[in-house]
Design a protein around this ligand. Structure first.
Ligand code: SF4
Length: 422
């Protein structure tokens, strides 16, 4: 390596206090007389909008614990409690937490512990989500409501599935939230959340535009750590302020031509598929950046609300509006997350973000994101000549991440890109 590449990260330090505050408020909710829901999948917006109900978001909390290096101890507690290692690590994290509470096991960092839920809400995209809820119900007696969110195989199926999901939300989920919280679901609250969320996402999307530039002004990892204000702290004024600050930093970089990678910008622009490795973001970057490689774009981080212009906070039927965004809006999240719509979505990202190679992160315990990855790589390589590889690991479980394997695979991908450039 003749050029000495160095990363020039954006200042994303504002996100730490914001997420700490978000989860602290959840931990304090019961002391204020509120009920608590634990939620997996995107239906937590309905409990957020209900007075007297505080809501968590499974993936967000697991990412938070992983990012704060608090996950391993809880995963070990889950194993001690009898959980199998190949159970989804997000699921294990929550079981481990409950086992620690139930058995009064010591914990190094008390921030990892949440109040036990009064209600479990599963927006079931993957099989693990219903297993997770069923297991908590069986072991701890917490009520669970499971709403099926089928991933469509064909676009023609989307309207029919949309109706099916809307009916479940209206007939099952909202009555369960109201019964547990003892309060009425509030449509005005949901409209306010959507208005604020939409406004923040419009600014976030302006930030995304700077990832299309060559050289890039920031990386997918900078965006990854900035996801929380969109994903689960929606509707809060500090989320908006965070993205205003991010946009100002990027505009300043653009004006002064300051790239994300010193000295002259990146040599390899990479697509990243699947979950972000929350507990190992630095480890991955240290294996890429010395080669001049950075992650630029990815399917999962583009999952939440990528088209804010699609959502109508003034829609007559505001309960249905969120399901419409998932199923029949132009983005059709529930289609792009599956292997059938995934390839189409990835092709678009490859072109828009001028991608040189693809890293498909295969989480060893995830039942959903890995589906069809090899098939997608094969089809895209044949069509566009863009090489791709699979790397195995986990988002938060350090016993499943091998640095040697990561190094070998990343270097192999960069060699393939070089060979095709010649
Ligand atoms: S298996 Fe994957 S998609 Fe399913 S709950 Fe776990 S992390 Fe989420």
């Amino acid at each position: 390596m003749s050029v000495e590449y160095k990363l020039n990260r954006l200042d994303t330090s504002g996100v730490g206090p914001l997420v700490d505050k978000h989860w602290r408020e959840l931990r304090e909710a019961k002391e204020k007389g509120m009920k608590v829901a634990w939620s997996s999948g995107p239906l937590f917006v309905y409990s957020y909008a209900t007075p007297n109900m505080a809501s968590h978001f499974m993936a967000g909390y697991a990412a938070y614990c992983g990012g704060r290096k608090m996950a391993d101890e809880v995963l070990e507690a889950a194993e001690k409690y009898g959980e199998l290692r190949d159970t989804c690590s997000y699921h294990r994290l929550h079981t481990g937490m409950m086992a620690m509470i139930a058995n009064d096991w010591p914990v190094t960092d008390p921030r990892v512990i949440l109040p036990l839920p009064d209600l479990l809400i599963s927006g079931r995209f993957c099989t693990e989500m219903s297993h997770y809820m069923e297991a908590i119900y069986r072991r701890f007696g917490v009520k669970a409501v499971i709403i099926e969110l089928p991933v469509a195989r064909k676009t023609e199926d989307l309207p029919r599935i949309e109706k099916y999901v809307t009916d479940q939300v209206k007939e099952t989920l909202i009555p369960a939230i109201e019964k547990t919280s003892g309060s009425k679901f509030n449509e005005d609250n949901l409209r306010r959340i959507f208005r604020d969320w939409k406004e923040t996402c419009i600014i976030r999307n302006k930030c995304w535009e700077f990832l299309k530039r060559k050289p890039a002004l920031w990386t997918l990892w900078d965006y990854g750590v900035s996801i929380a204000p969109i994903f689960y702290a929606m509707g809060k004024p500090e989320s908006h302020a965070y993205y205003v600050n991010l946009l100002e930093q990027l505009e300043e970089r653009a004006a002064k031509n300051i790239p994300a990678v010193h000295p002259d910008g990146e040599k390899y622009r990479l697509y990243w598929d699947g979950w972000l490795p929350w507990a190992f973001l630095g480890k991955f970057l240290r294996l890429m950046v010395p080669h001049g490689a950075i992650p630029i774009s990815g399917r999962y981080p583009w999952e939440f609300f990528p088209y804010p212009e699609d959502i109508n906070p003034e829609a007559d039927d505001i309960i249905h509006e969120w399901i419409r965004v998932l199923y029949t809006s132009p983005n059709r999240l529930a289609y792009h997350d599956g292997p059938w719509g995934g390839k189409e979505h990835i092709e678009k990202l490859l072109e828009e973000y001028s991608i040189d190679g693809m890293l498909f992160f295969s989480s060893k315990t995830c039942r959903m994101w890995n589906l069809g990855q090899l098939d997608i790589i094969d089809k895209i390589e044949r069509k566009y000549g863009i090489p791709g590889i699979v790397i195995e690991g986990d988002m938060i479980d350090s016993s499943m991440v091998s640095e040697d394997q990561l190094r070998t695979r990343i270097e192999a991908l960069l060699e393939m890109i070089d060979a095709r450039r010649r």
